[in-house]
Ligand binder design. Structure first.
Ligand SMILES: C[S@@+](CC[C@H](N)C(=O)[O-])C[C@H]1O[C@@H](n2cnc3c(N)ncnc32)[C@H](O)[C@@H]1O
Length: 308
């Protein structure tokens, strides 16, 4: 947990700065002429640009606010993702929409050779800072040829790219994870399709994201929390209420755990499971690409296309 009150207070923008940011947000809204409820949500062609703008704005305080809004619970949920992904030393793992890199780093600490991919430079810069002190386990095999060849050899590397059009050949990874990413894609279906494509036969796919509780009363309380309290935290800690009001907006356009499970089955994944956390407030979707599990040295003879 980060976190003494004094540390948190240091991150709270001054009232004057918050005022300036609110004005900037209103101007942004006026410029887009958007009639949608949230300036960072666009159902059409501008979706990716708006999501980029959102994460560029919140990147410096992303980790802090994650801890605050989930009371640190996101760390436990991410631990569950790692348990389900079952990384083994030497396996090749891909963490999509890696953000500041906590899942990627956790996979690498288990001895996997990990690529974290994200399209936002500021989030990736934070991931690289966080990973700077990381040292691969002794005896970790050399990096995968599926990784971009220009990159220096390491058991953990970060690349910039679009999760909907991955710069890797088919069947490159033993496991593919995505934390709070699928919901942010212009097409979550395309993202899931790419996860399935780059997974090797026998590979594991794990998706963590906000969920939709089945219980109507709990769902109303939770949506009220996302609608009322979370934007206040966004405003307080990073000067942007809209950036955090976006969570509910994006969730309302996302099929959540049951829809993702149905799509996983539609892709022919095996052992599809849904793990509902806190009564469905958060959810982990799990599936396995059918087919034999190959040895770590087989099936990787193509070089990656570098993201443009
Ligand atoms: C909510 S953050 C999640 C970060 C991290 N995985 C975590 O669990 O805390 C979502 C991330 O998805 C990235 N993202 C959104 N759309 C993307 C896309 N099309 N391709 C790659 N990354 C994307 C954003 O830049 C951001 O870093």
């Amino acid at each position: 947990m980060p976190g003494t009150a004094a540390q948190a207070a240091k991150h709270i923008p001054t009232a004057r700065r918050r005022g300036r940011i609110l004005l900037a947000e209103s101007a942004e809204l006026a410029q887009t002429g958007a009639s949608v409820a949230n300036i960072y949500y666009d159902p059409g062609a501008a979706r990716a640009a708006k999501v980029q703008a959102l994460f560029s704005r919140i990147a410096p305080r992303y980790d802090l606010i994650n801890d605050v809004q989930s009371l640190g619970l996101h760390r436990l949920w991410k631990r569950r993702v790692i348990q389900l992904a079952r990384p083994r030393p030497g396996e090749h793992a891909l963490d999509l929409c890696c953000g500041t890199g906590d899942l990627a780093l956790a996979l690498a600490r288990r001895g996997a050779q990990v690529i974290g991919l994200d399209f936002n430079e500021r989030m990736l810069a934070a991931a690289k800072r966080r990973a700077a002190a990381f040292r691969p386990r002794a005896g970790t095999p050399p990096p995968s040829p599926a990784a971009p060849s220009e990159a220096p050899p390491a058991a953990l590397r970060f690349v910039r790219g679009d999760a909907q059009c991955l710069p890797f050949p088919d069947a490159s990874f033993d496991l593919v994870t995505i934390g709070y990413g699928l919901r942010n894609l212009a097409s979550w279906e395309a993202g899931l399709g790419e996860m399935q494509r780059v997974a090797r036969p026998g590979g594991r796919l794990v998706v963590l994201d906000f969920g939709r509780p089945d219980n109507a009363l709990w769902r109303r309380l939770y949506f009220a929390y996302l609608r009322r309290l979370v934007p206040c935290l966004g405003w307080l800690f990073c000067g942007s209420a809209s950036a955090y009001a976006y969570i509910l907006e994006s969730l309302q356009h996302y099929p959540a755990q049951h829809g993702v499970a149905a799509a996983m089955r539609g892709h022919g994944l095996a052992n599809v499971r849904v793990l509902s956390l806190l009564g469905g407030v958060m959810a982990i979707n799990y599936g396995e690409k059918p087919g034999p599990s190959l040895s770590p040295c087989q099936g990787r003879n193509g070089l990656a296309r570098m993201p443009g």
